[in-house]
Design a protein around this ligand. Structure first.
Ligand SMILES: N[C@@H](CCC(=O)N[C@@H](CS)C(=O)NCC(=O)O)C(=O)O
Length: 217
């Protein structure tokens, strides 16, 4: 059914859109990658706001119909392309644990990171914005320790035996930690799982796709 579906991913390099980019590469389906230039504020321009009124990436347009939010996009891809086994769809308890982790990534880890990088989301006053950075950094660090505990679970991947959307989403956070020059060797179990994920051909292709996409392609 979805083989003829047109898929267009609006993304920005280094953003949370990396998770759906990896998912698309895992699936092996044809898609168009449209880079949104966050630095120049393209996400707040009328043309993009028609696609995603919240002015954020990622957005996946499915036959022209936009789906926003990382979690929703990963869910769509996992269900529309079950051969990719991006989520343990047949095991309700395992699936619940996958959502447990991914919704925590979206609601807590991403928000802690944004407190340091996008203080304008939380306050208008410049003093308040500056004051948010230090506790945001501390909260982000605490979430990384939580991911390390998660990574200490059995198996080569975060959900155990199989690579999943959870591993793809965790790589987003891994890159954010590196971007903030955090010493990731402090998280040995997560380091091993992240290195294994980074070695996957799909992840390598996603990185190449990010690097190759031109603004407004
Ligand atoms: N809850 C959203 C968060 C999306 C989000 O915050 N994306 C960031 C990039 S990681 C963004 O678009 N930032 C641009 C901005 O804030 O102007 C999701 O999970 O998709």
């Amino acid at each position: 059914m979805p083989s003829k579906t047109s898929l267009k991913l609006y993304f920005a390099p280094g953003s949370s859109a990396f998770a759906p980019l990896i998912a698309l590469e895992e699936i092996g389906v044809a898609y168009h990658a449209h880079r949104v230039d966050l630095a120049t504020g393209e996400q707040r321009q009328p043309a993009y706001l028609k696609v995603n009124p919240r002015g954020r990436v990622p957005t996946l347009a499915v036959d022209g119909e936009p789906v926003t939010e990382v979690l929703a996009i990963l869910t769509y891809l996992a269900q529309a392309y079950p051969h990719s086994e991006l989520l343990p769809l047949a095991d309700p308890l395992k699936l619940a644990h996958a959502y447990e982790v991914m919704s925590w990534f979206a609601s807590t880890v991403h928000v802690a990171f944004a407190q340091t990088t996008r203080p304008e989301r939380f306050a208008d006053d410049e003093t308040v914005k500056a004051a948010l950075a230090t506790p945001g950094e501390a909260r982000f660090h605490r979430t990384l320790s939580d991911i390390e505990r998660l990574a200490q679970g059995p198996g080569p991947w975060l959900l155990g035996d199989s690579f999943s959307a959870v591993d793809a989403y965790a790589l987003v956070i891994w890159r954010w930690a590196q971007r903030r020059s955090i010493d990731t060797s402090a998280y040995p179990a997560w380091s091993a799982k992240a290195a294994r994920a980074l070695a996957r051909p799909s992840v390598k292709r996603a990185l190449q796709r990010e690097a190759a996409a031109k603004v407004a392609a």
